[in-house]
Design a binder for this molecule. Structure first.
Ligand SMILES: *Cc1c(COP(=O)(O)O)cnc(C)c1O
Length: 387
């Protein structure tokens, strides 16, 4: 069996023997970025969200491509994600979208990482740090305003006082201000309410002569379908990776899926009628058939909710998953497909021949969303980068 060569950090290629992998198409990533940028227009800067290992695509590789394309900002969830990008030579500004603990402020300052500011604890820590360091120390922040997400952020009614306090602080470089939608694309009324609250708040800041250069609110859904939220920076994640957050969006923007999930048949056997397949015996063969075993399971992120529901592509045809998906192995019925052999390539997400399996549909089958599905593809699956 051929092994898959995987480039590691120091450029050494290491063999991976298990034939289960994810192809990451960096050309498709470039295509999506260009489409998103074109749609937003030249007056809107771009912050590509690369949190959670760039939605499972590999944060370093994805960020390198986006940096090469001139992305204005990168959005991550945690300090560790931001530091990792700096360690790999990424120079683009990085915003941590989550709220950090005071002890993380120093490393953010040292590595030129922008913090989300929405608590007095962090503001206090910034002041304290500046006092201990040389004069002129400044920490870049974006203030997060809660207009109805109910997660981190200062409630919009209280935010003006907080902004005034931060703006008066010399050690704070108040570069941005933002909010986040809870129901974009699902609840027009509430999204309008959030946007109005944020706009009203931005006006009150201006009336107080406080200048904040970057103002942002748009996630993927709002970037595609709610221009009013573009302000001067958009903050998309999902669409950059070629997934559609709404089934109506293919009419509005043409994206290409970046990630494909593939494996190979490792075992085949003939099954007479009446045999049960996998844990719990949820599948019983009705006829003479052929069952192939695939070396992929829910520990790889092939969601257990797909048991007896999903189909895969083999020899250009669909084959159903039969029985429960197990931790490391999955069975498919290939009785209707001629000439299946051990070693045949199987596509679980992506194209084979004339057919394609979309992650949005798989996620729905599994009772979840594309976000959850794509982030669930685990570290055990090597990512192979193609240009
Ligand atoms: C994850 C995230 C985004 C990106 O959301 P998508 O729906 O993937 O575009 C934007 N802003 C914040 C604050 C986020 O946490």
């Amino acid at each position: 069996m051929t092994s898959i060569a995987v480039k590691t950090r120091n450029g050494v290629t290491r063999a991976r023997y298990r034939p289960t992998w994810a192809d990451v198409d960096l050309k498709a990533l470039e295509h999506n970025y260009i489409q998103v940028k074109r749609l937003a227009g030249k007056d809107v800067q771009m912050m590509a969200v690369v949190k959670a290992n760039a939605y499972g695509h590999g944060t370093v590789e994805v960020s390198q491509v986006l940096e090469g394309m001139g992305v204005n900002y990168l959005g991550v969830a945690t300090t560790d994600e931001a530091v990792r990008l700096r360690d790999h030579g990424i120079k683009t500004p990085i915003l941590i979208l989550g709220s950090v603990l005071p002890e993380e402020v120093k490393i953010a300052k040292d590595r030129d990482i922008t913090l989300t500011l929405c608590s007095h604890e962090i503001l206090k820590e910034i002041k304290a740090l500046a006092k201990n360091e040389e004069r002129g120390t400044k920490i870049k922040v974006h203030i997060k305003v809660d207009t109805g997400m109910g997660r981190i952020g200062v409630w919009h009614e209280d935010a003006l006082d907080f902004v005034k306090e931060a703006a008066a602080e010399k050690s704070v470089m108040l570069e941005g201000i933002y909010t986040h939608f809870s129901s974009a694309g699902r609840d027009e009324f509430f999204t309008d309410y959030q946007m109005e609250s944020f706009e009203r708040f931005l006006t009150s800041i201006e009336k107080n002569w406080i200048k904040i250069p970057l103002r942002h609110a748009a996630n993927s859904i709002a970037t595609v379908d709610y221009k009013r939220a573009h302000l001067n920076l958009a903050r998309p994640g999902l669409i950059i990776y070629g997934m559609y957050p709404k089934h109506t969006f293919p009419k509005l923007i043409k994206l290409k899926p970046v990630l494909s999930l593939k494996t190979r048949v490792v075992f085949l056997k003939d099954i007479p009628p009446g045999r049960s397949i996998s844990y719990g015996r949820t599948f019983i063969s009705q006829r003479h058939t052929k069952i192939a075993t695939l070396p992929i399971g829910y520990a790889d992120g092939y969601h257990r909710g797909l048991s007896n529901k999903a189909e895969v592509l083999i020899r250009g045809q669909y084959a159903p998953v039969v029985g429960k998906i197990t931790m490391d192995q999955t069975m498919i019925d290939v009785g209707h497909i001629r000439g299946v052999k051990i070693g045949d390539e199987v596509v679980l997400i992506g194209k084979q021949g004339r057919h394609e399996i979309h992650i949005e549909k798989l996620a729905r089958l599994a009772g979840t969303i594309a976000y959850d599905f794509i982030c669930g593809i685990s570290n055990r699956v090597p990512r192979i980068y193609n240009r």
